[in-house]
Design a protein around this ligand. Structure first.
Ligand SMILES: NC(=O)c1ccc[n+]([C@@H]2O[C@H](COP(=O)([O-])OP(=O)(O)OC[C@H]3O[C@@H](n4cnc5c(N)ncnc54)[C@H](OP(=O)(O)O)[C@@H]3O)[C@@H](O)[C@H]2O)c1
Length: 333
């Protein structure tokens, strides 16, 4: 599968490295708004052609697929352009700003027999199965705290007067869209669609949410989601049952996972997943994308299941945004 990349940030390098590990994907073109940025980026990967015209790239017959890692607001129009031109799409999270856009692109990809996939690492990692198996050992789970609070490397730049895309509502930035989404994915993946949601957020002067909390109510449990780009957590996430506790250091990569089983007053802790280098983490989604796009009809169930989950997450994110007053520029209320 010959693929192009959009966006020249570090995450694109990580995906390219992940794709090399996965196999089946060949870097065939690079898009950048600027020729010089594109050429400097491409130089790391040999003789890869650089495009500065997105339409031309979408129509080009030198690629079959695209990996999109541009600012969030461009994900929908860029994904649509490539799908309409017969290309498979893997797009960084959040793959669309709204569930309506998500639904439209899922339907478009189905009609065209193509793949439209949200790049969510945790879904395609072996650790996902490990976590699901561990959850069965916790007994009756009544409480969970899912956290992704990471002091942003771009926060000092923001405080000094610049406006990085991630803190710009016009770019569909903000904490929920950037990292809160990982907590929502984990909640949906582990526990399903919540019965009720209570959400609140704290805002920066730019209008973007800098931090937030949501409580997901289920029939038999309460799950609290916390996310912040303005402060660093050192405690990770915890899922509590009456037979034990599952501790997850990174909810986005499902690394640093420890099962602590409780037997009366005795406790036994076991590390289930350690640290994993970033390219290896990205290789799971790259391998799935390569498999899916090489024969979409054979993988339709897996593609549909991922799309269904992406849509659920997008709907929940919309509910959170409405309750917490998070606005994306040019989006209806
Ligand atoms: N999966 C993960 O772990 C992970 C980690 C980080 C980021 N991400 C996702 O990756 C995406 C990109 O994040 P990022 O931090 O790399 O974003 P970014 O630095 O703001 O922008 C990414 C790229 O988009 C282009 N770009 C920047 N500003 C633009 C503008 N105003 N208009 C059009 N294009 C613009 C730039 O490429 P050119 O100048 O070459 O055109 C830039 O390299 C986001 O959706 C983010 O959520 C995912």
């Amino acid at each position: 599968m010959r693929y192009a990349t959009i966006g020249t940030g570090w995450i694109t390098d990580a995906f390219i490295e992940g794709a090399k590990i996965a196999g089946g994907l060949k870097l065939a073109a690079i898009y950048s708004r600027s020729e010089s940025t594109g050429k400097a980026f491409a130089a790391k990967y040999g003789e890869v052609p650089v495009f500065t015209d997105l339409e031309k790239l979408a129509k080009s017959d030198i690629i079959d697929a695209v990996y999109i890692a541009s600012p969030n607001i461009f994900h929908y129009p860029q994904s649509k352009l490539f799908l309409e031109n017969g290309k498979h799409v893997i797009c960084e999270k959040p793959a669309t700003a709204t569930p309506e856009q998500m639904k439209e692109l899922i339907e478009l990809s189905r009609r065209k027999g193509l793949v439209f996939m949200e790049a969510i690492m945790m879904r395609y990692l072996p650790a996902r199965k490990t976590v699901h198996n561990a959850l069965k050992r916790l007994g009756n789970i009544t409480t969970a705290r899912l956290d992704f609070s990471q002091l942003s490397s771009k926060y000092p730049i923001y405080k000094s007067g610049s406006l990085p895309n991630v803190f710009n509502p016009a770019m569909a930035g903000g904490c929920l869209m950037d990292i809160g989404i990982y907590c929502v994915y984990a909640a949906v993946d582990f526990f399903g669609y919540p019965k009720k949601i209570l959400a609140s957020a704290g805002f920066l002067k730019s209008g973007a949410d800098g931090y937030g909390t949501s409580v997901f109510e289920y029939d038999d449990k309460l799950v609290t989601l916390t996310y912040s780009k303005t402060g660093q957590s050192h405690s990770g996430s915890e899922i509590l049952g009456d037979n034990g506790t599952l501790k997850i250091n990174s909810i986005s990569t499902l690394t640093g996972v420890t099962l602590i089983e409780q037997n009366g007053r005795e406790q036994a802790a076991k590390l289930l997943v350690g640290e994993i280098p970033r390219p290896k983490l990205m290789s799971g989604e790259a391998a799935a994308f390569s498999d899916f796009s090489s024969d979409p009809s054979r993988h339709r169930d897996e593609i549909d299941s991922a799309a269904e989950q992406a849509l659920m997450v997008s709907e929940i994110m919309q509910t959170i945004r409405k309750q917490a007053g998070i606005r994306i520029a040019d989006m209806p209320d």
